[in-house]
Ligand binder design. Structure first.
Ligand SMILES: *Cc1c(COP(=O)(O)O)cnc(C)c1O
Length: 387
């Protein structure tokens, strides 16, 4: 097929930049003039704007989504002897953080319909760890995979029952909501990433932690600045350098006013995909009461061979695709030992996570997709299926 149609981007940051380029240039120029590159007024302003957008009481800007997870866990004192439960089907950062802090990640299977953490499996593993008594069940990191909110009411209930910390890894999902409440107010704290391809991205690394709890917010501010107290030279606790810088904050301030409309455009693109794919492939089922942020659009093919065929057909048609994720975390060399150590006598299998990794495929998704773009992606996919 020869095509003169414009190429479809997997993520598109250029179309958005052209809308706000003047504001971005002006925002950066202001920072060059005032010279407060660290903790400038833009950081305070974006924290207020993020909290308002999410309907959360406090927002603390940090240096990345990974650091948001880490600072939130450091604030709870999570470390050696603690079990942290998280899905096996997610980005590596979710598992890395507990390990860096000396805690043990316990991988939990995901639900075959939503692709988010499976509640029955979570309950089972928490009870196993509690009964074995070697590790203390300390935290659950729920991930809102691809933008779809996890089952937060149930995760919160379980955490309350066992005295665990509930941390929402909403790195892929800023703007999503559940039961009419935006992500950012579920669990004890929410970690956001502003990596450029996320639903709200900056032009570098950045992140934030949202919480309803003033004491936690104060701890996060201290921890992101080396554990400082009221004075810079007062070190109250072991912290880190985890700050959001002023230039990234200015970029986020320019982008945030677009987000509401971009979320609508993402939802529209997802609806076009659903219509164009005509039920030939399965997608994560949007759970009742949930509004996905549609950070990543993923379909499930019949098997690994079908995925290989579809990827080849898409590539031949000039259509990008990607695999999020090709390997469940418990199979990663870096995490295999921790996985074996978490539950005595061998952890139960994680069949759904394993299965999804063999046949999931992600398609172009961004707010600047046109209906014709979606139609061309879908046609290439269906051609690969032999439809
Ligand atoms: C992107 C991502 C992170 C990490 O965010 P960074 O800003 O890249 O550190 C964590 N968890 C999930 C689920 C992510 O998608």
């Amino acid at each position: 097929m020869t095509t003169t149609a414009r190429p479809v981007a997997f993520f598109d940051m250029k179309a958005q930049q052209s809308l706000i380029r003047a504001e971005i240039d002006a925002g950066i120029a202001r920072i060059l003039d005032h010279g407060r590159f660290i903790q400038g007024p833009e950081v305070d302003a974006v924290e207020a704007a993020l909290a308002a957008f999410a309907g959360a009481k406090h927002a603390v800007g940090v240096s990345s989504g990974t650091d948001a997870l880490q600072i939130a866990m450091m604030a709870e004192g999570i470390g050696r002897g603690d079990a942290v439960f998280l899905p096996a089907f997610t980005y590596t950062a979710t598992a890395e953080v507990p390990l860096v802090l000396g805690a043990t990640p316990v991988f939990v299977d995901v639900d075959p319909l939503s692709f988010n953490i499976d509640l029955a499996d979570l309950v089972r593993r928490v009870e196993q760890v509690a009964k074995q008594g070697r590790l203390r069940p300390r935290a659950v990191i729920g991930v809102d995979l691809y933008g779809l909110p996890a089952n937060w009411p149930a995760i919160e209930g379980l955490c309350e029952k066992h005295g665990m910390f509930a941390l929402d890894d909403a790195a892929q999902a800023f703007g999503g909501s559940l039961d009419g409440r935006r992500l950012g107010t579920w669990g004890h704290a929410t970690a956001l990433s502003f990596y450029p391809t996320k639903t709200l991205g900056c032009y570098g690394d950045g992140g934030a932690i949202l919480t309803e709890d003033a004491d936690r917010a104060e701890l996060y501010r201290s921890l992101r600045t080396h554990g400082e107290g009221k004075s810079r030279y007062d070190v109250l606790r072991t912290g880190m350098n985890g700050r959001l810088d002023s230039i990234q904050a200015a970029i986020l301030l320019a982008k945030l006013p677009l987000l509401e409309g971009e979320l609508v455009a993402r939802r529209q693109a997802a609806a076009w995909y659903e219509a164009a794919l005509g039920g030939r492939v399965r997608t994560p089922q949007v759970t009742p009461g949930a509004e996905s942020a549609w950070g990543i659009y993923t379909v499930l093919l019949e098997d690994a061979a079908a995925r290989t065929r579809v990827q080849a057909a898409m590539q031949a048609a000039g259509m990008p695709s990607a695999i999020y994720y090709p390997k469940p975390l418990h199979r990663q060399p870096a995490y295999a030992a921790a996985h074996a150590a978490g539950i005595e006598g061998g952890a139960p299998p994680l069949p759904v996570s394993e299965d999804l990794c063999t046949r999931c495929l992600s398609l172009p998704m961004h707010p600047y997709l046109g209906e014709d773009d979606v139609a061309r992606v879908a046609a290439a996919l269906l051609a690969g299926l032999g439809a």
